[in-house]
Write a protein that binds this ligand. Structure first.
Ligand code: NAI
Ligand code: MG
Length: 364
């Protein structure tokens, strides 16, 4: 028995929710890659249970999750999620009946979104080389415009009123700031940029600014600066090298992370981790992209964001070496030019997946 193999492999229980559209293709690909990783390394095993919670089932059954869905999820060590949303169901229904309740009920108040230019891929930014764009966006994942407060009055009249209330709490801001500072501190540059819109949004965003500077007092080794979100989009495009770790609200970071993914090459490569840092509940891992109905069912979705998310899941579970090995396998494949159309290649999902599995087998 090779010395790196533990006497008994650690077993992790994974809930898999493929969801809709390309969520199904990329989840299948990610589970294949994870199975290859587990078999090759022999250090851990994944016991996966798949939940068919999707828009198709909502249309036939009237719900995404069964009533005890959230309770069922709590029994797992981690959740792997594909994507949810389909043109036959309004997007706010799909989001608010599946992914947002999971993030909230399982206290996944942090959403970590790393972005960098992978080996063999190109940024659309002229002169932006590998290493010039290497960011981690820390997204607040429980409050802001996504807290769910608001409503519509006089809906069936010609003077309907819609309110969307953004909620920012001291507890919510403090805990995301601490996580962001710890993330910045763990990276070589120890640099944190905080994003708000505290010139126009003069209450909640001002509270964000204040708490940021208060928490910063405990992290004197971290270099800090502050940006307004509109100017931040300009800086990301014109001076990507000046950024490292970024912390922003739920809405702002949602938008900035799509931009970040596009600037690093494609939205198809970007991963995300929805974390409960207290570890009382399972955390959830998913690529940042949606169900991409325009390419669904064609077998051409880029699975790299799904693989990177799988690597982050394995890392969170404590299998650091396996996570690093998976990332190396992914980058060996992108470096060899095996990539999908969104990255300028011509491979389909299966070809990229086969290539990553082959690279993983070399790790054994
Ligand atoms: P999207 O991310 O699904 O697609 C945007 C564009 O990027 C499309 O042209 C798509 O083909 C392309 N794209 C996305 N992922 C790709 C991949 N892996 N490989 C190659 N190309 C890829 O965003 P969109 O179109 O705004 O939303 C579609 C649906 O997904 C909606 O119902 C939306 O609500 C939902 N959605 C769900 C999310 C989630 O489950 N976490 C996140 C974002 C959107
Ligand atoms: Mg998004």
């Amino acid at each position: 028995m090779p010395s790196h193999i533990r006497e008994r492999a650690q077993i992790y229980r994974i809930a898999s929710i493929p969801g809709d559209g390309i969520g199904v293709d990329i989840t299948e690909a990610a589970l294949r890659v994870l199975a290859t990783l587990s078999t090759t390394l022999g250090t851990f095993e994944l016991e996966t249970t798949t939940f068919d919670w999707s828009s198709a089932n909502y249309l036939t059954r009237g719900h995404y999750m069964p009533e005890d869905g959230l309770t069922q999820l709590k029994a797992f060590d981690a959740i792997y999620f594909g994507a949810v949303g389909w043109p036959s169901v309004p997007d706010h229904i799909s989001l608010w009946n599946l992914i947002l309740p999971i993030r909230k009920a399982l206290n996944q108040y942090v959403n970590v979104r790393p972005t960098r230019i992978l080996a063999g891929t190109k940024s659309p930014l002229v002169g932006c080389e590998r290493g010039d764009l290497d960011w981690v966006i820390v997204r607040e994942n429980s409050e802001g415009e996504y807290a769910g407060q608001g409503g519509i009055s006089h809906e069936h009249s010609d003077h309907a009123i819609g309110t969307e209330l953004a909620i920012f709490t001291q507890v919510g801001i403090e805990r995301i700031m601490r996580f962001a500072f710890e993330t910045a501190r763990s990276r070589p540059r120890k640099k944190l940029t905080m994003v708000t819109k505290s010139n126009a949004q003069r209450h909640g965003m001002v509270l964000w600014d204040r708490i940021f500077y208060e928490v910063a007092k405990g992290y004197e080794d971290v270099d800090i600066d502050k940006m307004l979100v509109d100017a931040m989009t300009v800086r990301m495009v014109l001076n990507p090298k000046s950024l490292d770790t970024i912390v922003a609200t739920n809405l702002h970071a949602d938008i900035l992370s799509d931009l970040a993914a596009a600037l690093s090459g494609s939205i198809g490569i970007a991963p995300s981790s929805n974390l409960d840092p207290t570890r009382k509940n399972p955390s959830m891992f998913e690529p940042i992209h949606g169900s991409a109905p325009d390419i669904a069912g064609k077998g051409i979705a880029n699975p790299v964001g799904a693989f990177w998310s799988a690597a982050e899941m394995v890392r969170w579970l404590g299998e650091e070496k396996a996570a690093d090995g998976l990332m190396r396998a992914i980058e060996n494949v992108t470096a060899a030019g095996v990539s999908t159309k969104d990255l300028g290649g011509s491979a389909d999902t299966k070809t990229v997946t086969d290539a990553v599995c082959k690279e993983i087998e070399k790790l054994g």
